[in-house]
Design a protein around this ligand. Structure first.
Ligand code: PRX
Length: 648
């Protein structure tokens, strides 16, 4: 923990919507009278029919139910596009920066309207209706945004699958939500390398014959050679030529689903996190407004991929609901050079920049020079998201990138929360490097011990949220029981985040990371169980246990203990083969960083793998293994330790 404190810069205190006093007063009002507070805030979006009921939520065990603005009628695409047309039809809505620095495009709100309507009509012509699920497996090109907004316009539910996922992962997600339409591109382009998206879609459909995919809509990005299946596959540009650019926005109830986004948990396959219409948009728009202190005319850039929740809430929905100019970047931070982020900031005069600690750490390793050769004069605010940011990376970001004039907002939230829950507000909050600081309006964090006792004052324990906020997920798609079990059964009556945290004497929150079997690799969530089941699917593997371990750049790396089938030799080739196998099964983000061949795994007498011990060994903390008295065979641990030491 760093004990440094940074005051709000004078320039910020003047321009920001809220100072510290303003924050405290508004926070107090939000928790004293949530009904009244959100009744007002709900008006930041347009409603076709106003709501009369604001909050109807229950965390009661067995009856969890979350509804906000439930009788209101609106449409998300209308709010993100149509309502801006009179005042700012010619303003740029999306700045697109291609992988290749010579490629960029400016898309005005008027053009966005035309493009989204066209896309919606292409979907409508393929019988996509309100409530239908549509899978989007796309690179970071404007058409990905058009496709999402087109679904929202029609009331179809999009499920965006990150373009780095394998055909298997894609197939599982397509099958789970029963989507009959997939939107993709011929190939993606990242760091000069091509990603075979359409070929992956073909492979996914072949793997999921029961999935009943009727239509694959293919956007041309690279022009690479792909197979088209007649009757099923269509080029987007050909289909779009046949339709008009007018398409009415379907009236949607506030609680109608907007999207599903699959995310990893401790157990089982990824869960389809379901977000709905009204509360989600109000919350995304409001957090974008206050956390980034967004003002008219600001150029805002979030570097996330549209395949993650950060891309949904803070590239697309929050900024566009606020009529902002949002930058969408196809490439990677180190292509063509380590200066790319900063060059893009100069090229498009970016004011607000939001990225992940893993990118900051990687760039920090390249030294200050690639940053210092750029101006960054337009920058006013820096943001961080996705994983704990270590104080060294925070300081570098603040000092070198932001030249000590840009506050850093370290925003803590999750796919499940829809928007930011714990964060500084740049004009209001004194900053401590590494702390996400204080709760956003309406959010009631609590720290509890293992028994669920609520801890007071400075303390350390597990992070729960005591009451609902409008951006909260509503259910796990198709499995409300799993929703209640996963989030509301550990501490009945409270939402359990899965994160550990400390609260200091100033009431600041310091997120310490996951306390469940989820690891956070480069800001991407990965269930250890998923990697394990990929490994044991290999014919030479008999058993596998996966844990996270500290990694300088990725935050956490993937450490896999693998027991081979009897008679199989542990070789370097096999190690490589297994890494490649997991990449193919799940995707490159799941590649194990270290594989240790283990003749046996530490288990209790009832056969349960003792991951706590495996974690300690992976972290090199042999002296501190904790209680080992329940081990069935203590020799196994000694064996693993000496192997680990030999490897160093
Ligand atoms: O462990 C927390 C970590 O990321 C998890 C949520 O991951 P995901 O659903 O993929 O969403 C990531 C983007 C919102 C959390 O449970 N996390 C996210 N932001 C932070 C963080 N940990 C520490 N500090 C953060 N600012």
């Amino acid at each position: 923990m760093s004990d440094k404190i940074y005051d709000v810069p004078a320039a910020w205190a003047q321009r920001a919507y809220l100072d510290d006093h303003g924050y405290r007063a508004k926070y107090e009002a939000s928790v004293r009278d949530p009904e009244g507070f959100w009744a007002e805030e709900g008006k930041r979006i347009d409603w076709f029919e106003p709501y009369t009921r604001v909050k109807n939520t229950s965390y009661d065990p067995g009856h969890v139910s979350i509804k906000w603005f439930e009788d209101g009628v609106t449409n998300v695409a209308w709010n993100c596009i149509d309502r801006h047309l009179d005042a700012r039809g010619d303003q740029v809505a999306i700045i697109w920066e291609g992988d290749d620095p010579s490629e960029s495009r400016l898309i005005t709100y008027n053009e966005l309207h035309d493009q989204v309507c066209r896309f919606a009509n292409v979907l409508r012509n393929r019988n996509v209706e309100k409530g239908d699920r549509v899978t989007i497996y796309m690179p970071m090109i404007p058409e990905a945004a058009y496709a999402m907004l087109a679904c929202a316009r029609l009331g179809a539910v999009h499920s965006v699958v990150f373009g780095g996922f394998s055909p298997d992962s894609l197939a599982g997600r397509v099958r789970d939500c029963g989507s009959r339409v997939i939107i993709t591109a011929d190939e993606g382009l990242r760091g000069g390398r091509k990603v075979p998206l359409k070929a992956n879609v073909d492979a996914a459909i072949a793997k999921a014959p029961d999935a009943e995919v009727d239509h694959v809509i293919v956007v041309k990005r690279t022009g690479g050679t792909i197979d088209m299946t007649p009757g099923r596959d269509v080029w987007y540009h050909e289909a779009a030529d046949l339709v008009t650019s007018e398409c009415p926005a379907t009236p949607m109830n506030a609680e109608d689903p907007l999207f599903i986004l699959y995310t990893s948990g401790s157990t089982g396959s990824p869960k389809g996190v379901l977000h709905t219409t009204g509360g989600y948009l109000v919350y995304a728009a409001m957090t974008h407004h206050y956390v980034f202190d967004y003002h008219e005319g600001d150029v805002y850039w979030c570097t996330a991929d549209i395949g993650w929740v950060t891309g949904h809430s803070y590239i697309l929905y929050g900024p566009l609901a606020n009529g902002a100019t949002t930058l969408m970047f196809e490439g990677v931070p180190n292509y063509p050079s380590n200066s790319r982020f900063w060059e893009v900031i100069d090229k498009h005069k970016v004011n607000i920049f939001y990225t992940a600690p893993t990118a900051i750490r990687a760039l920090m390793q390249g030294g200050d020079a690639p940053v210092l050769k750029t101006s960054r004069a337009s920058l006013r605010l820096l943001g961080s998201v996705g994983e704990p940011i270590n104080p060294e990376a925070w300081e570098w970001y603040y000092r070198v990138v932001g030249e000590e004039r840009c506050p850093v907002v370290d925003t803590w939230w999750q796919t499940e929360t829809g928007g930011i829950l714990i964060t500084p507000l740049p004009g209001a909050t004194r900053l401590k490097p590494g702390s996400a600081t204080r709760p956003f309006f309406g959010v009631i964090p609590q720290v509890v011990d293992a028994e669920g006792n609520v801890l007071e004052g400075a303390c350390e324990g597990n992070l729960v949220i005591a009451d609902s906020w409008p951006g909260q997920m509503r259910t796990v798609y198709g499995d409300h029981e799993r929703f209640m079990q996963t989030y509301f059964s550990t501490y009945p009556g409270k939402y359990f985040t899965g994160d550990g945290c400390r609260r200091d004497a100033d009431g600041y929150y310091w997120i310490t990371g996951r306390v469940d079997d989820v690891i956070n690799v480069s800001g991407h969530r990965m269930g250890t169980a998923e990697v394990e089941s990929a490994l044991v699917a290999h014919p030479k593997v008999s058993e596998a246990a996966v844990v996270g371990y500290p990694h300088d750049i990725k935050g956490q790396g993937i450490y896999a203990y693998v027991t081979l089938m009897a008679g199989v030799e542990p070789t370097e080739e096999l190690r490589k083969e297994l890494v490649g196998w997991v990449r193919r099964e799940i995707g490159p983000i799941a590649s194990p960083d270290l594989i240790q061949f283990a003749p046996g795994l530490p288990k209790t007498r009832s056969g349960k793998i003792m991951r706590r011990i495996l974690r300690k060994i992976a972290e090199d903390e042999y002296g501190n293994l904790g209680d080992t008295s329940t081990l069935a065979d203590p020799a196994v641990v000694q064996d693993l330790i000496s192997q680990r030491q030999n490897k160093k």
